[in-house]
Design a protein. Structure first.
Length: 613
């Protein structure tokens, strides 16, 4: 008797059970999400009350960004239970709005900075937050910071406080700045991978990891100057905020060890003796001290407080009216890629569409382009630049506000603006260009795999499995050289400089905002508010609103995000810490994925490799 029908039946039964199980899982997730969202809606307290003598607790967890990246709702559902603050993002505008509103709010007497989970922000954004805290203090209110531990970035923001508190078992780690990368030349040679690089710019070092096993002297020179300028800004800010001497901040290992010996091995005591912090104490003692500054909350055994997210929900009420004359704000944040991209990345077509929307909106009289990008695709950068020119031709001034970095492609899209603002620590410039094609013909040959065939031209059949002929390489190099020449001309025309002068400060070199101002690459040092004010001035506006032009979620996307966002809050928490080996491998993967993610149709890129310092 044949067993084939039985086997086939079992296969189909197994497949049906798998499909049916998947169907049940999806339905359960949807039902669970709806139930969770319903519970959250019923249990949420829409009447958050802020009483007099309250402290605003500014607990910043995650990264501070100009624009949140798009996260797939289903992915978010399964990942939010991992309790990973690295994945959380906070809008810079939300932090600033909260502080500015608290400055005018008579019920708020103090701000408490809680920063242990603050991850990436960039000195530029932290400086802007610090300036807002200074305005809060100028209104006669207090800013205090408490931490079990401060890393270098967290301490920079904490230094703006009137008093900095530290747990007696904690410490302050001030390391300085460094730029180290992984280099793959020898590994690629062992694998017989052929890397064909085309570039213009002595300091254009983005592709060096594929050509060398170490950093080139030119890159070391440029990076040393850049990091030195950034560190000087860091030091100057800390010294001014803390009223301490320079020799008590930048300590070498021997000097720190000597202080550590005097403090009997207690890093917290070293921080106190050096004036980095004002007091050592437990969280309970800090709460007790806060009760002398604001009212007590006896019910919860702490001081009267309102948390950042709750206070933000109170002040973030949508405006029912909009002025007839508006300044548009368009955010260009992330790598510049071809086509349509989700928020958190810049798409040649998607970002152009936002600028085009502002151009055809009669109520918009000027545009502020907020650039926070290390660059990327040359083609996509040019698409965006063309829309900037179209806005100007429509008599709508364009003012650029640079964030943490606006380099390479980020500078390409900025150069033609009517006015450019940077912050002192903005990384900008990197006026250079490169292309790279990797082929694997020798690698495959070692495995016994070969490619052969016929074609009607030198261009047909170009593939990663075949080598590039010298003639094809020469043509590509000419294209790179033309792209660099075009970049130089764009900057020269936009900044009213000669191409010779631009070339002297180009060559792929990066500059701080302070140096860029000296070189004429930017017009003024200032924040986003200054850029909006300048745009209004150019447009001749006295009364206006600011209108954010952004990609809108469809009704379905918004519903699904809300649904899964509510449900994920009920998932059990799981640890997401990476071991040392996993971190190292992740770093190598990131280095390789950056260039792999680029999708310029011509294979030509404007990218700043040191922008993620």
């Amino acid at each position: 008797m044949s067993t084939k029908p039985s086997v086939i039946r079992r296969i189909f039964v197994g497949l049906w059970r798998m499909v049916n199980g998947l169907r049940k899982l999806i339905l359960n997730i949807l039902v669970f999400g709806l139930l969770a969202a319903f519970i959250v809606t019923l249990s949420s307290d829409d009447s958050i009350k802020v009483k007099p003598d309250t402290a605003l607790v500014l607990e910043l967890s995650g990264s501070i960004v100009d624009q949140k990246r798009y996260i797939d709702p289903v992915e978010a559902f399964f990942s939010q239970g991992k309790n990973n603050p690295d994945e959380h993002e906070i809008l810079l505008s939300d932090v600033l709005d909260t502080i500015h509103n608290a400055t005018e709010d008579r019920r708020i007497e103090a701000i408490v900075l809680i920063l242990p989970d603050l991850r990436r922000a960039g000195m530029s954004k932290l400086q802007v937050i610090g300036d807002a805290l200074n305005e809060f203090r100028a209104a006669g209110k207090k800013v205090l910071a408490y931490g079990d531990y401060y890393d270098q970035q967290q301490y920079f923001l904490a230094s703006f406080a009137d008093r900095v508190y530290l747990n007696p078992q904690g410490g302050v780690m001030i390391d300085g700045l460094a730029s180290y990368r992984m280099y793959f030349k020898s590994a690629l040679e062992k694998l017989d991978v052929q890397t064909h690089v085309f570039r213009v710019g002595t300091y254009k070092s983005a592709v060096e990891p594929f050509l060398r096993d170490d950093m080139s002297p030119a890159a070391k020179e440029a990076n040393t100057a850049l990091l030195g300028g950034l560190w000087q800004s860091y030091e100057d800010t800390i010294l001014a905020n803390r009223k301490i001497k320079a020799d008590t901040l930048s300590l070498n290992a021997d000097e720190y060890l000597a202080y550590l010996d005097k403090a009997k091995g207690q890093p917290a005591m070293v921080a106190l003796q050096l004036g980095w912090v004002d007091a050592l104490g437990t969280l309970d003692s800090f709460r007790a001290e806060m009760k002398t500054l604001v009212a007590a909350d006896d019910e919860h055994h702490t001081f009267r407080q309102v948390h950042f997210e709750d206070y933000l929900s109170l002040i973030n009420q949508p405006s029912l009216t909009m002025a007839d004359e508006n300044i548009a704000l368009v955010v260009a944040k992330g790598k510049i890629l071809n086509g349509y991209q989700q928020p958190g990345e810049i798409g040649g077509e998607s970002t152009s569409a936002l600028l085009r929307k502002a151009r055809y909106d009669d109520d918009i009289k000027a545009v502020v382009l907020r650039v926070d990008s290390p660059g990327g695709s040359a083609f996509a950068s040019e698409q965006i630049r063309q829309e900037v020119l179209a806005l100007q031709q429509a008599n709508k001034p364009v003012v650029v506000s640079m964030g943490s970095y606006a380099a390479s492609g980020g500078y390409w899209i900025s150069a033609d603006a009517d006015y450019i603002f940077a912050t002192p620590t903005t990384i900008t410039g990197s006026i250079g260009i490169f292309g790279m094609i990797t082929t694997f013909e020798k690698t495959l040959a070692n495995l016994g795999i070969h490619t052969d065939g016929v074609a009607t031209s030198d261009w047909a059949g170009l593939t990663v499995t075949r080598s590039l002929s010298p003639q094809v390489q020469a043509v590509i190099q000419r294209g790179i050289e033309r792209g660099y020449s075009e970049f130089i001309n764009i900057v020269a025309q936009g900044r009213n400089m000669s191409t010779t002068d631009v070339d002297k400060i180009a060559q792929g070199r990066v500059w701080t905002g302070v140096k860029a101002l000296e070189l004429g690459l930017v017009d003024e040092l200032g924040d986003l508010q200054a850029a909006v004010a300048k745009a209004a001035e150019f447009a001749g506006l006295e009364h206006y609103d600011t209108k954010l032009i952004e990609q809108e979620l469809s009704a379905e996307q918004a519903l699904i995000q809300d649904l899964f966002g509510a449900a994920s809050a009920y998932l059990p928490q799981m640890q997401a810490d990476k071991g040392m080996l996993a971190q190292m491998l992740s770093k190598a993967e990131q280095e390789l994925q950056i260039l792999d993610s680029f999708n310029d149709p011509n294979g030509i890129y404007l990218y700043c490799d040191i922008c993620n310092y």
